[in-house]
Write a protein that binds this ligand. Structure first.
Ligand SMILES: [Zn+2]
Ligand SMILES: [Zn+2]
Length: 242
């Protein structure tokens, strides 16, 4: 048994010698056996969200203030915070993580999620982490739920339990393919409560997802969890899109 991991590592080393990992941002070959995700330059210049953000949706506000334009018009129904802006190398990295099977990018994303967790005390209190689920057919295609990978990593960092209390019985169109006005209708009724959802009663929950764009997905999940009796629902995502 003890030989298997060593053999795997050896085989991995050979494979990576001939086929090195490429930076998820700029495709520069990485000089490492493990997937470190980004080259030094892309990692250094990742658009980490720091400083002033919208008090509700977590959008970076370069001109200051406490609400973004869109939350002044129609406030987000839950507090959302994000580690990075969905731009530059983050876009191609998330795409590889979600659609190209590069699950190992989770190692870099874990550091970013930890960074975000530590800089937003307003996410507290949290009792349980809840990943946004995938439709079973998307799960079969990908082999993993990227939101759950992020939630598991955050759970390892925070020691908070993770609970799969949400299901996704309705197959929806990927939100980025739709106009803003179509996104809410697309996601309506997409989620359901799992049989064990009574466990969320009086608990403070933190939804975890990869990207937040209009927030329609997170708001739909939050609505269900509150209906199930959750005391509070907030969200932490890897990337905030506009
Ligand atoms: Zn790079
Ligand atoms: Zn906002």
């Amino acid at each position: 048994m003890g030989l298997i991991p060593a053999a795997k590592t050896f085989a991995g080393s050979i494979a990576r010698f001939f086929l090195p990992w490429a930076c998820a941002g700029c495709r520069t070959p990485l000089e490492t056996i493990d997937d470190t995700g980004f080259c030094g330059r892309c990692w250094l210049f990742l658009p980490r969200i720091q400083g002033c953000v919208c008090g509700l949706c977590g959008l970076y506000l370069k001109d200051g203030g406490n609400r973004c334009f869109s939350c002044r018009e129609e406030p987000f129904k839950l507090l959302v915070r994000a580690a990075v802006s969905y731009t530059g190398p983050v876009v191609s990295a998330v795409h590889r993580f979600k659609y190209a099977g590069r699950k190992t990018l989770g190692l870099s994303f874990r550091a970013l999620m930890e960074f975000a967790w530590n800089q937003y005390p307003e996410l507290q209190p949290v009792d349980t982490l809840v990943p946004v689920p995938l439709h079973p057919s998307s799960f079969r295609e990908r082999g993993y739920n990227q939101a759950r990978v992020l939630a598991q990593d955050l759970s390892a960092v925070t020691r908070l339990p993770l609970s799969d209390v949400l299901l996704r019985p309705k197959k929806t169109t990927a939100q980025f393919k739709l106009r803003k006005s179509q996104r809410r209708a697309n996601i309506q009724g997409a989620f359901a409560l799992a049989p064990g959802a009574a466990s969320v009663k009086t608990r403070h929950l933190l939804l975890v997802d990869d990207v937040c764009t209009t927030g329609a997905t997170l708001q739909e999940c939050s609505k269900l969890l509150r209906r199930a009796g959750a005391a509070g629902v907030k969200a932490l995502v890897l990337a905030r899109d506009i």
